[in-house]
Each structure stands twice: as structure tokens, then as C-alpha cells.
Design a protein around this ligand. Structure first.
Ligand SMILES: [Fe+2]
Length: 409
């Protein structure tokens, strides 16, 4: 049983329960530095790639970035098998399967994603379908990829996979997970297994130079949500909590600069690092609320998180004890007073986040981004069924979620 710092008069330390189970690994090789795009071939060669398919979207291709990476791939002695640039903003199972077919048709042996979360998640799952056959649905859920020894051994490898993120937010370039929309069922499928960790991530601020400020803001708030949710989640490991706190320091010092001064290479580079430190699958109710906002009303993921996070912070902090103490740590890093009653700590942090969201120029209400009041029952159902609900430190009921959505509307 943890002793709340608020209750422990004068004490600057607290007794933390030792978790019954925690797991941590970060197998992706991360290289970061300005200009590393030009060494994409040299770096990807070390992961066994010879003929990568480059996967991107048409907006990024239009900036010339893909041509630069392609030249970097060839400069390392690799061949570009082809370019698949048909990934939409919110990728779907149909696109993933088309991407896998394109790789087969082009004689590719590996995948290099150049893009944001949608491009990277598409590429990760396309590499899976390319390597093992079947459809996206076959791999839905956690630890569902084929394994040796009748499923009890290690997962079978997939084709070499590298990511160059062009947004600083999702952290997909170093994560175990991917989210893909099933258009027919209007749901987002969540996939997570060890081979989905890319073998290589290249963090180069040149790749985010043309990012529109609104996207820098929303994806940056996604990273901040990962860090805040991870730090108080039931399921996070102490190792992830450590990386979450440093991600928060980098976000505190760089997010607004990266949005308001897009020519600031240091700020954009530091935000790429922050996003890769913040990412985890151990999240909470903010993500449970934001997933159906995206699936049912097309609200961009980072925007939904930016709107929902403060309300979840208030709700969770009212649970008190270790949860509120987690928010005290977050508050300290963000320069806020961590003292006072639990609900006050939550309210102060939530108000700070709302101010940040406003200063970044993002919407602060779901009603401003296409969510109608009569959509709430469907959103509640989606949030209750979302896997992140189980990891939230306070157990939300249907009524709690309805209140949270109403507060965010
Ligand atoms: Fe997220």
C-alpha cells in the first residue's frame, strides 16, 4: 500500500509498492542526428535490407523528402524496389494488404517507412502480411504472430523494417504496436507483437522540417499523453516510467518552440527524441476515449488526446493515493506546485494542460471537431471495450465515461 505524499507530513519520500509483474524491452536500434536521412542505406544495410520498398503518403512525397531518402538508400549500396505512396491519413486494412502486395510485386525484401503514425503502422503490418501471408484481421490483438514450437517459442521474424518518422508524436518507430482502421466494421484494430518493433529508427529533424504547425501540435500532444498516461498506468514498468519523465522534460522545453518556430532544428530534433521516449502501450482512459473518437467521428488521434487528457487527469487524481502522487511527479517536472489535496493537484495539472493545448492553437472541445452530443453513447461503448481502459489507474464505469465525454464535449 502506497503512502500518499500528501498524507506523509514532512516526508519527501514515499513507500511505493513493488509491482507484481512488469516487463520492459526496447529492441529498436535508434540513430538520431541531423542529416542522417542521407545515410539511410548505410544504416538499413546493417539490418539485412537489400531491396526495400519505401512506404509513404502523397503529401510527404510532394515535399521531396522521399527522393532524398531514396538517394540515401542507394548511396549505401541498396536498391529501391519501389515506392508505395498510397497511405491515407487514417490507414485501413485494405491499404495495408495493398502495400504488402506491392512489395511482393516489386520483389522487395524489406520495408522503409517515411511518414507519420499512419504510414509507419501501415508499413509494420504490411511487413507482417508480406512475411506470413493472410490478412490484417489474422493478427489482431496481442502476441498473435506465428511462433516456433507450436506457438510456445519465439515469434518468427518478419522482413527487415525501418522507420523515419516525419512527425514527433506517435512513437510508432520504436513501438511494439500498430493501429489500423477496419473501414467495414468502423473500428480501429490494435495489433501488438515483438516483431512489430522496427529494427531501425532514424530520428532526423530534417524529416519534420515541413511539418505544418497544427500537426506538430497535435502529434506533440499525443506524445505528452503517452508520457502522462504511462506514468500513472496500472501496467507500466518502472523503466518506462523513467523514460516518460525525461520525455516530459523534453516536451516541456521543446513542444511550443517546435510548433511556433518550425525552423528550430534543436526543438524539432528534441521532440523526435521525446516522442520515442514517451511511447508505450501501457496507457489509460484518455486513449480509450480517443480511439472511438477517431473510429466513429474521424477526430485525429493527437487532437482527441489533447482534448480528453485534462478531463481524465481530473477523474484519476480524484482517486487519490498513488495516482495523485504520480501526478505530483508530473507536476514538478512541468514546473507546477505539487502540494495540496489530491483533487487540487489534478485540477492544477489539468488546467495547465488545457492552457498548453490552447496556446498550441488546438481545439479544446470535442464539439468543435465533429462530435455530436448524441454520439456519446456510442463513444462510451467504444471506450468501455478499449484495451487501454484496463490499464487506467482508476476503474471508469459507463457513467464515468459518459460524464468524461460530456465534460470534453
Ligand atoms: Fe497515442
Amino acid at each position: 500500500m502506497a503512502v500518499s505524499r500528501a498524507d506523509a507530513a514532512g516526508a519527501s519520500t514515499r513507500r511505493l509498492a513493488f509491482k507484481e509483474f512488469a516487463q520492459y524491452q526496447a529492441p529498436t536500434r535508434v540513430v538520431s542526428g541531423q542529416g542522417l536521412l542521407d545515410s539511410a542505406g548505410f544504416e538499413f544495410m546493417k539490418e539485412g535490407a537489400k531491396r526495400p520498398l519505401l512506404v509513404t503518403d502523397q503529401v510527404i512525397r510532394g515535399t521531396g523528402l522521399v527522393d532524398r531518402v531514396g538517394a540515401g538508400v542507394q548511396d549505401g549500396g541498396l536498391e529501391v524496389a519501389g515506392i508505395f505512396d498510397e497511405v491515407p491519413q487514417d490507414s485501413s486494412t485494405v491499404v495495408v494488404e495493398r502495400c504488402a502486395e506491392a512489395a511482393t510485386a516489386a520483389g522487395a525484401d524489406s520495408f522503409l517507412a517515411i511518414g507519420g503514425g499512419s504510414v509507419m503502422d501501415t508499413t509494420k503490418v504490411a511487413a507482417t502480411v508480406f512475411s506470413h501471408g493472410g490478412t490484417v484481421r489474422d493478427y489482431e490483438g496481442a502476441y498473435t504472430l506465428p511462433r516456433a514450437d507450436d506457438g510456445m517459442g519465439p515469434p518468427l521474424p518478419i522482413a527487415p523494417l525501418a522507420c523515419i518518422p516525419t512527425t514527433a508524436g506517435t512513437g510508432s518507430e520504436v513501438s511494439i504496436a500498430a493501429v489500423i482502421k477496419d473501414d467495414a466494421a468502423k473500428v480501429k484494430l490494435e495489433l501488438a507483437d515483438l516483431p512489430l518493433y522496427p529494427r531501425l529508427a532514424i530520428l532526423d529533424p530534417d524529416a519534420t522540417r515541413t511539418l505544418p504547425p497544427a500537426i506538430a501540435a497535435s502529434t506533440g500532444m499525443d506524445a505528452m499523453t503517452h508520457a502522462v498516461e504511462c506514468y500513472v498506468s496500472n501496467d507500466s514498468s518502472p523503466h518506462e516510467q523513467a523514460t516518460a519523465l525525461h520525455a516530459l522534460r523534453l516536451i516541456r522545453d521543446n513542444l511550443e518552440r517546435a510548433v511556433h518556430e518550425p525552423e528550430d532544428d534543436d526543438a524539432r530534433g528534441n521532440m523526435l527524441v521525446a516522442a520515442s521516449l514517451a511511447i508505450t502501450i501501457n496507457l489509460g482512459a484518455t486513449h480509450s476515449m480517443s480511439h472511438p473518437c477517431g473510429g466513429q467521428f474521424g477526430v485525429p488521434h493527437g487532437v482527441a488526446n489533447a482534448i480528453n487528457l485534462p478531463h481524465v487527469v481530473r477523474f484519476n487524481a480524484a482517486g487519490g493515493g498513488a495516482i495523485a502522487d504520480g501526478y505530483r511527479d508530473v507536476s514538478e517536472i512541468l514546473g507546477l506546485d505539487p502540494a495540496g489535496p489530491d483533487d487540487e493537484v489534478g485540477d492544477r495539472l489539468a488546467t495547465h494542460i488545457e492552457g498548453l493545448v490552447g496556446s498550441l492553437g488546438l481545439p479544446t472541445r470535442l464539439s468543435l471537431v465533429g462530435v455530436p452530443e448524441d454520439g456519446i453513447p456510442g463513444l462510451v461503448e467504444g471506450a468501455m471495450g478499449d484495451g487501454c481502459t484496463l490499464m487506467n489507474p482508476r476503474d471508469p464505469s459507463e457513467d464515468d465515461y459518459a460524464d468524461l465525454f460530456r465534460a470534453a464535449l
